[in-house]
Design a protein around this ligand. Structure first.
Ligand code: WTA
Length: 656
């Protein structure tokens, strides 16, 4: 909690320098306020103007927002476009030879891909997909290393109107199967191996395992990129297709499929309060507008920038700020396959120097771990190309913010702390860097056109300093459209009846300070944020109870210096409570089990065995007590409603 305390005391203010402000796309608070006034005055007109200015339409829209079937909102519904056309083709005349992607592989080799080359690669691959029978609306799972081909795969799907569902390469076969099944995907695109930190990642082997499982019957073909010459991965001639063979001889032109603005661009699965991940469905037109608007305002994009977002395409950040946003605005961006600590903790800084990065966007967890592994390392590199820094995914503690600002940014680069979610599609609350003075630890003010607020249980606004639910009062173009296959869950989760179905409920708690700045305090649901990755406690619990040894499990988060939060599991076995070496052995087995069921990112850091779990007389597990035990705190709360108070002591002593 000490970091939260220090956040609450934080009131240093960092206004943009005059130089930055003068050149910025949105300059000074006058600029910011003018945009907010336009949005307040004519909300739909505001977004319509941006939609016309920033997006290239094949058929212009005449309708802006359709809220007749709220909360299933539609934006620009009679407009037609193609996002791949917007990201690539429309730049060809003016910037065909400009570098679109500077790819740096795990081993340090780099490659420059121009817009024209990217166009040819996307078209060839899109033609290949068509050859395999993929048509508009089909679902395609992308399970790829973070390479140019991952972007090509996504862009090619979008080009022909297929709906991609990218699954992070760290997810297990079981998690991959669940997503294939829910989306009823026809194709998986993968690589024989991925590369991270000098080691191969057996992506194809995991796909083989997933596709062999019950539930994956919809898969017809697996496309395999030969990332590594000599891989032991199996190849099934009847089902598998080599990427290079598929594209060979394919035309380098492919007419884009003009889709309705509301046509689903992708499904991305994310964790929620139940055991089953939710398929967040995004639109084409509104989503693109969100990515473009924020590239322009939050990342203050200008010609000549070298943009680098370190997120993997497996997460929403890698969708909006790698696969789509930077290309849509015509930027040169760095795509990095590897990890920040290989070959050493200077990798990011070395790459910023090498590629002359101007705009760098990463996660607080990476910043914290790099401080720990080599807080002085940035000083060994020339980071003078940087002009803007960003963070995403979790609150940043002021200590890490100040280090990022001073040591990485040389005190001259504004930091955009961007609050948003898989569901919001684009940055929502973030300082526009040439306008809004920043405060370490606060994501500051909503982006113009985003009507964010903080309310109490009754939906009434809270006063500054008081925590409440973070909500959005009006629909916005890049918002989630529904949960794939589960519109009821969409309604209940995001537009609950508690607020008359009128407010978008983000699932975070937050408070305003006396300047109206927003401070995010954390999730209010059963979602953990481990190293900036969303994990559902129920998801990990279901994985644990699926193990034959386990009778019952409860998972809570525990504050962690680097990861932000870590996973702590309380487990009751079917047999006797294990002790000593037995307990260690079974704990190890269960951790590996979770890694196999979900992925390594969900592995509990800590497992505590008990004879049972603390429950109320009505049988409800008292998680807040478990959270205190996990933190090693003394329990001062009322435990009189507990069925079995003695269990608390046993669990408190059961750390392995
Ligand atoms: C958290 C990631 C504080 C928040 C883009 C949100 C943040 C969840 C911030 C979404 C931030 C994201 N400050 N917390 N700047 N950004 N979060 O869907 O709890 O992976 O609800 O999207 O991350 O995570 P998701």
């Amino acid at each position: 909690m000490s970091s939260i305390d220090s956040v609450l005391k934080e009131n240093r203010l960092f206004p943009p320098s005059d130089d930055f402000r003068v050149k910025a796309n949105v300059s000074g608070m006058e600029g910011y306020n003018a945009l907010c006034e336009q949005a307040n005055g004519d909300y739909e007109g505001f977004w319509a103007n941006l939609g016309r200015e920033l997006v290239s339409w094949n058929k212009p829209f005449t309708k802006v927002l359709n809220d007749s079937n709220a909360p299933f909102f539609k934006w620009f519904e009679d407009g037609k476009l193609n996002i791949s056309y917007n990201c690539i083709d429309r730049h060809l005349d003016a910037r065909g030879d400009k570098t679109a992607i500077i790819f740096e592989a795990d081993d340090g080799k780099s490659e420059h891909v121009s817009y024209r080359q990217l166009h040819a690669r996307v078209c060839q691959f899109a033609n290949g997909l068509k050859l395999l029978g993929v048509t508009k609306g089909d679902r395609v799972v992308v399970y790829m290393p973070h390479t140019v081909e991952a972007v090509v795969a996504m862009q090619a799907c979008a080009r022909i109107g297929a709906i991609h569902s990218v699954v992070f390469g760290g997810f297990s076969a079981g998690a991959l199967r669940d997503r294939i099944q829910d989306a009823q995907a026809k194709i998986v695109i993968t690589a024989n191996e991925g590369f991270r930190g000098g080691k191969p990642v057996p992506l194809k082997a995991t796909v083989d395992e997933a596709v062999a499982m019950e539930g994956s019957e919809s898969i017809e073909k697996v496309i395999v990129l030969r990332r590594l010459e000599n891989s032991s991965a199996a190849f099934n001639d009847a089902r598998d297709v080599w990427w290079h063979e598929l594209v060979e001889g394919q035309p380098t032109q492919c007419e884009p499929e003009w889709v309705d603005a509301e046509h689903p661009l992708f499904i991305l699965y994310t964790s929620g309060s139940t055991g089953k991940p939710k398929g967040i469905q995004h639109s084409t037109g509104g989503y693109l507008l969100g990515a473009l608007t924020t590239m322009k305002w939050v990342f203050d994009y200008r010609e000549g920038d070298i943009y680098w977002c370190t997120a993997d395409v497996g997460w929403i950040t890698g969708h909006s700020y790698v696969a789509y946003g930077p290309l849509a605005i015509g930027a040169t961006q760095v795509v990095f396959e590897g990890v920040p600590t290989f070959p050493d903790a200077g990798r990011f800084w070395q790459m910023i120097e090498k590629h002359k990065v101007t705009t760098f966007y990463t996660a607080p967890t990476a910043i914290r771990s790099l401080i720990k592994l080599g807080g002085d390392l940035p000083k060994q590199y020339d980071l003078s190309s940087l002009r803007l820094l960003g963070t995403v995914g979790e609150p940043i503690n002021p200590e890490a913010w100040i280090w990022y600002h001073e040591v990485v940014g040389g005190g001259r680069c504004p930091i955009v702390d961007t609050w948003w979610q898989t569901e919001t599609g684009a940055n929502m609350i973030a300082p526009l860097p040439g306008a809004v003075a920043t405060k370490p630890g606060s994501c500051t003010l909503p982006i113009p056109g985003i009507i964010a607020d903080i309310v109490d249980e009754a939906g009434a606004p809270v006063e500054p300093g008081k925590g409440g639910f973070l909500v959005v009062r009006k629909p916005w173009p890049s918002m989630v459209r529904t949960i794939w296959n589960d519109p009821e869950r969409f309604k209940k989760t995001y537009f609950p009846e508690d607020f008359n179905g009128q407010l978008y409920l983000a699932g975070d708690s937050a408070h305003f300070d006396e300047n109206g700045y927003i401070w995010i305090m954390g999730r209010v649901d059963d979602v953990l944020n481990v190293s900036g990755h969303r994990l559902g406690t129920m998801e990990i619990e279901s994985a644990l109870v699926a193990n034959p040894l386990v009778a019952e499990a409860a998972v809570v988060g525990k504050p962690h210096e680097i990861k932000g939060e870590s996973v702590c599991a309380f487990v009751v076995l079917k047999g006797a409570r294990p002790e000593g070496d037995d307990a260690k052995r079974i704990a190890k087995e269960l951790r590996e089990w979770v890694a196999h069921e979900i992925g390594k990112i969900a592995m509990p850091d800590e497992i505590r065995f008990g004879d049972n779990l603390p429950k109320t007389r009505s049988g409800k597990i008292m998680r807040r007590l478990l959270r205190d035990i996990a933190k090693g705190q003394e329990i001062t709360q009322d435990t009189s409603t507990l069925e079995n108070p003695a269990i608390l002591e046993q669990l408190a002593k059961s750390a392995i």
